[in-house]
Design a protein around this ligand. Structure first.
Ligand code: ADP
Ligand code: MG
Length: 252
């Protein structure tokens, strides 16, 4: 239990730092973006010059990298802002349906074999809808990214003794032991150039905050199962207030 506490504490200070840095970096980034955009416009007035053409390409590269930085800072700040826990009575099956609605385009585009094994009786808990949507968007989004076209994803909900269990299984690339040992760390990603490595660390923080648990089983080349246990919860439970409550997700 001690190791666990230490881990959470480390993440919370990283979260505080990350949100602060993201905020400070946003303004200079906006300036770089604007100046590089102006340079590109100026160069476009004399496109026939070979030097200008080469400069234009380089500036295009600058603008692309700036856009990527801004995506990261916006995500960090967005998560930090959505910190308030708002507890309501909700049906976990509805949360899964919400998330699949967000991902609908992907499902169609990728011809994914999506199987739902939702519990027949509505699995009701007292929890935070927006934050649970975030959790399952991250986990299901990763499953989509792990499978090849034609791969399958199975999402199951089940009522158990201490709450509602949700499992997301994919038959995608799977993970090595080494990868598995890092997945909940902020900024850990194996998706060079496309991943932020924030999804699962945020997911972990939300689940902890909501009093739940997350488990992973994975085999390289076979696939992965994430299982989330969500406690019944009490509607009157006040939002947890830590010393970092003002910036939000402890686990960023
Ligand atoms: P990102 O998706 O931006 O890389 P995440 O925090 O969501 O960041 O995930 C961290 C890493 O965990 C991923 O880069 C990937 O290596 C691994 N991972 C997560 N989910 C899966 C999955 N379903 N199958 C295989 N690998 C996964
Ligand atoms: Mg992800």
């Amino acid at each position: 239990a001690f190791r666990e506490i230490e881990h959470t504490h480390k993440l919370s200070s990283i979260g505080r730092l990350a949100a602060g840095v993201a905020h400070e970096i946003n303004n200079p980034l906006a300036i770089i973006n604007e100046k590089a955009g102006l340079m590109k416009d100026l160069l476009a007035r004399e496109p026939e010059s070979p030097l200008n053409e080469r400069l234009g390409k380089q500036i295009g590269g600058v603008l692309e990298s700036v856009a990527r930085c801004r995506t990261i800072t916006h995500r960090l700040l967005g998560f930090a802002r959505r910190m308030d826990v708002s507890i309501e009575q909700l049906d976990v099956n509805d949360v899964i349906r919400d998330v699949l609605g967000f991902l609908e385009k992907e499902v169609v585009k990728r011809s994914v074999d999506l199987r739902l094994e939702l519990s027949e009786a509505a699995p009701l808990i007292a929890s935070d809808r927006g934050q649970l949507q975030q959790v399952f968007l991250n986990i299901i989004g990763n499953a989509f990214e792990a499978i090849a076209d034609g791969g399958s994803i199975t999402i199951a909900t089940r009522t158990v003794d201490d709450g509602v269990s949700v499992s997301v299984r994919d038959n995608g690339c799977g993970m090595s032991q080494e990868t598995l040992s890092h997945i909940f760390e902020p900024f850990f990603t194996t998706k060079k150039g496309t991943g932020t490595g924030l999804g699962l660390s945020i997911t972990y923080g939300i689940i902890r905050k909501l009093g739940g648990r997350i488990d992973v089983h994975s085999e390289v080349g076979e696939g992965t199962i994430f299982t989330v246990l969500l406690p019944w919860g009490k509607p009157e439970t006040p939002a947890p207030q830590g010393d970092n409550a003002h910036i939000g997700y402890a686990s960023l």
